[in-house]
Ligand binder design. Structure first.
Ligand code: ARG
Ligand code: ZN
Length: 865
């Protein structure tokens, strides 16, 4: 299958300034009449090649005449246009079957609703078009459909007319005043409940806000509406960016391939990222709704007004918009736990992607299926790269760069280089070296050496960076690393004595960097890359004493948290090595529990910090430092340490827990309460290891989903004797709510029990499960592959086979979701030889499946190459 290369970019040679789309909606036979004004921009081009997929062409007119000088393939309509003419009116009339379209790309029909998803290349499943982001057009749309079944007919922009037709149908017209690429087109038709609100922009524009949800769920959209208003205000205050239409619509649908989509004026959301009420949504759900609503709203400027020239530039809008939503969430909630969440995503997941055959730079060079590149690298590492720019230029410098970026490129389709150039020019700051972050894949590995000269009182720190070859790129160069640091003196006084211009920040550009700190008292520790100031892996201290020192005396909460994670990792990895050689570990002496407990007690007033410090690193994170891993042993080592912590800190944890329980009240989603609930549930896990009844009690008495699900997850983790009763009780309470049932599927799938495969098979037959619904697939099969370590990695390879079988079935239904599900198998390089073999055997089975999609093909073939 053919890969596209970034280097091969060429302009289309034609433009389409105007489009009118007329939809005659029918679930199995929809007719789309597309009238385009096409201009020949490059007069050497004779052919116009329009993209199109799974369409039946009914009619083609050029300048009012039936046109037959065309050729039709599976992917294109080639028109041989008359020479010497510049301007054409082209009409293409096509037929498609939305109900048969289970890919959920283009126009599809599910749960009695017509819905579209056009990013990245779905518009070509709706009509023949130049389906590429650098073609910007003015759209008008008319939609005709049955009035009773589909009272709401929505598209981008402003509603311009509405009429009732004779045959029980109605017709609505929309006009979008802003030019846009085809991937931002949207259409929704269905019956909804509508929650309305409004917003007045800083310059006085009245905006109607409308949230469309399933009938009967209007009250559950309140949080999303408030989140939208907060996002609109924040973007004005932070970046001076105002909304630019009179109406902003959000539609929640149950069938959706991803989280949400920023279509101009008409966002479409996965319903799980809109609907919330205390009984059914967790704190995490509330958080996600607020941040995804913001993310899609922020795209209106970073993505829609200024868009991507080609799909290789995806991080231009995604990295930047993720960074913006991260800033927003930190402002709305709190800095610390947000930053930790982002760091954990990088360390647990993005680093693993870099280490796999799917490694790619944040601006990829080669793509077979674009949908495979909506990745942690493009999104999350992309956001880290933007964050480094923010660190280098400072808040005001970054804002100046953003202002120049919009001044130069509003209304255009541009590249990552254009973004860097705006940042550089606005600040007179040379970013040419920094820009290698866009082209180099892989995670830099940093080592730190410290030499203390007691006589001179100087501390010399030598930092070295190296990026190992990745699957996609052999040669690596040193990158620019902003190094934030914190000095921690034995008496607790912080010292900042490095010889650099900017306090607390050193900029490293070479393979090796030496820093000298002066006036350093004996026993001072230094922590580099605080705040994860560059997306690197760093090894600073091998001895626990240094980390304990940092834990106790660091000023910055993030440094304290880093210390805790390093302490746990080092103990768990030691235990793993001991287990590998059949030695037992004496956890009583692995650390000074007394000191640790005293320290914990002293932090009682800081529930946010405590909750983070008491959370152990994930298995994925622990894996990073190992090769040929026996994953079951690693799992056991972590469980043993968790148990040790539960035992040796029991009294301390119990006291903290009692205090937290005492303040429990009615559920409100607000930051202080969220931190307390988080801490309570983190501690409950430890307590329940010793007192299994604790989680049972919380399940029975909780008044909100955070505590209810928290308790149930713990019951599953500790294999509580009544866990099946609890799961059943959960189901009985929530079987009427399909969004909540996803939690139930996910919890069942993560149960580490010997008959898990039989369970999964039974659950696939459950009436609430459907292979056509991505949420169900992710909840059941995705959770199994990602969170059920014992089941997925079962010694006999049965877990791998199960997932592979499912992928092969799913590929014919929804290739995009199938390709996502294949990720855990493609990361086989980390495991021991036996597992590597059985994972690859499954990948090989998948690869020879007849009619394999290019989505799955791309990932599987790369990982076997
Ligand atoms: N642009 C959307 C967002 O980040 C996501 C679109 C994902 N598209 C895809 N084909 N996977 O907000
Ligand atoms: Zn996005």
């Amino acid at each position: 299958m053919l890969a596209k290369r970034r280097e091969d970019y060429q302009t289309a040679g034609f433009s389409i300034p105007l489009v009118h789309l007329d939809f005659n909606l029918n679930s199995e036979a929809t007719i789309v009449t597309n009238t385009m004004l096409v201009l020949r921009e490059d007069h050497s081009k004779q052919y116009l090649r329009l993209d199109g997929q799974d369409l039946s062409l009914l009619e083609c007119l050029v300048n009012g005449e039936v046109f037959s000088d065309y050729e039709l393939t599976n992917d294109y309509l080639h028109l041989t246009l008359p020479d010497n003419e510049h301007e054409f009116t082209i009409v293409v009339k096509t037929l498609c079957n939305p109900k048969a379209n289970t890919s959920l790309e283009g126009l599809y029909y599910a749960s009695n609703t017509f819905c579209t998803q056009c990013e990245a290349e779905g518009f070509r499943r709706i009509t023949y078009f130049l389906d590429r982001p650098d073609i910007l057009s003015s759209y008008s749309v008319s939609i005709t459909a049955d009035k009773d079944a589909y009272p709401y007919l929505l598209s981008n922009g402003n509603l311009t007319s509405k009429e009732t037709l004779a045959d029980g149908k109605h017709k609505v017209s929309w006009q979008d005043p802003h030019k846009k690429p085809a991937y931002l087109f949207a259409l929704v038709a269905g019956d909804f409940d509508l929650l309305e609100g409004h917003y007045v922009t800083s310059s006085g524009r009245e905006v109607a806000l409308q949230i469309f949800v399933e009938q009967g769920r209007q009250a559950q959209a309140e949080h999303a509406l408030v989140s939208l208003q907060k996002s609109m205000r924040w973007d004005e205050e932070t970046y001076g960016l105002e909304y630019d239409l009179d109406i902003y619509m959000v539609v929640a649908v149950d069938f959706f391939n991803m989280g949400a989509m920023e279509n101009k004026g008409l966002n479409i959301f996965n319903s799980k990222f809109v609907l919330a009420q205390p009984q059914s949504a967790t704190d995490e759900d509330y958080f996600n709704i607020e941040s995804i609503i913001a993310h899609e709203y922020f795209h209106n400027w970073t993505g829609n007004r200024v868009t991507c020239r080609d799909w290789f530039q995806l991080s231009l809008k995604e990295g930047l918009t993720v960074f913006r939503d991260q800033q927003f969430s930190a402002d709305m909630t709190s800095e610390l736990s947000n930053r930790i969440k982002q760091i954990n995503v990088m360390r647990s997941q993005q680093f693993a992607e870099d280490a796999s055959a799917m490694a790619h730079p944040i601006r990829p060079d080669e793509v077979i299926e674009m949908n495979n590149f909506y990745t942690l690298t493009v999104y999350d590492k992309g956001a880290e790269v933007i964050r480094m720019l923010h660190t280098l230029l400072g808040k005001d410098g970054f804002r100046k760069g953003m202002d120049l970026y919009f001044a130069r490129h509003d209304g255009h389709a541009v590249t990552c280089d254009d973004f860097i150039a705006a940042m550089q020019d606005a600040n007179a700051y040379d970013l040419s070296y920094f820009a290698h972050w866009y082209s180099q894949s892989g995670t830099p590995q940093v080592t730190v050496q410290q030499l203390y000269d007691a006589a001179q009182k100087t501390l010399t720190v030598v930092v070295k960076q190296e990026t190992k070859p990745t699957f996609d790129q052999k040669n690596k160069r040193p990158l620019l690393l902003p190094i934030k640091y914190e000095c921690i003196a034995a008496n607790g006084a912080a010292q900042f004595c490095v010889e650099d211009a900017r306090e607390g920040l050193v900029i490293m550009t070479d393979t090796t960097q030496t820093m000298t700190f002066k006036e350093v008292p004996d026993g001072t520790c230094i922590n580099l890359f605080t705040d994860f100031s560059a997306p690197v892996r760093v090894n600073q201290y091998n001895d626990l004493d240094a980390w304990f020192h940092i834990l106790r005396y660091a000023k910055q909460p993030l440094t304290i948290w880093e210390a805790s994670q390093n302490i746990y990792s080092s103990i768990i990895l030691d235990a793993y090595h001991a287990l590998s050689t059949q030695q037992s570990v004496d956890f009583a002496s692995v650390m000074n529990w007394q000191t640790f407990n005293t320290w914990l007690e002293a932090q009682a007033g800081q529930p946010e910090l405590l909750a983070e410090v008491l959370s152990l690193p994930t298995i994925e994170q622990l894996l990073q430092d190992l090769t040929h891993v026996d994953i079951l042993l690693l799992h056991a080592a972590k469980a043993q340490f968790e148990k040790a912590l539960a035992m040796f800190s029991y009294n301390t944890l119990q006291a903290l827990f009692t205090n937290l329980e005492a303040v429990q009240s009615t559920y409100v989603y607000r930051t202080e309460d969220v931190h307390r609930r988080k801490l309570k549930n983190v501690i409950l896990q430890y307590i329940s290891i010793k007192e299994p009844n604790a989680c049972f009690e919380q399940f029975v008495h909780s008044n909100n989903m955070t505590d209810l699900q928290g308790a149930l997850k713990i019951a599953i983790n500790i294999n509580h004797p009544r866990v099946d009763w609890l799961l059943n009780e959960f189901k009985t309470r929530w079987s009427h709510d399909l969004v909540v049932m996803d939690k139930w599927f996910a919890m069942q799938a993560s149960q580490e029990c010997s008959d898990i495969l039989a369970k999964l098979t039974l659950l696939q037959e459950h009436p609430a499960f459907s292979i056509n619904n991505p949420n169900k697939v992710r909840a059941l099969i995705g959770s199994f592959a990602m969170f059920n370590t014992l089941g997925f990695h079962a010694e006999d390879g049965s877990g791998y086979r199960y997932v592979a079988d499912f992928i092969m079935e799913l590929d014919g239904v929804n290739a995009q979701v199938a390709a996502r599900l294949v990720t855990p198998l493609t990361q086989w390089q980390k495991y021991n030889t036996v597992r590597q073999r059985s994972m690859c055997a499954q990948l090989e089975r998948i690869l020879v499946t007849p009619d394999l999609s290019k989505d799955v093909y791309e990932k599987v073939s790369k990982s076997l190459a």
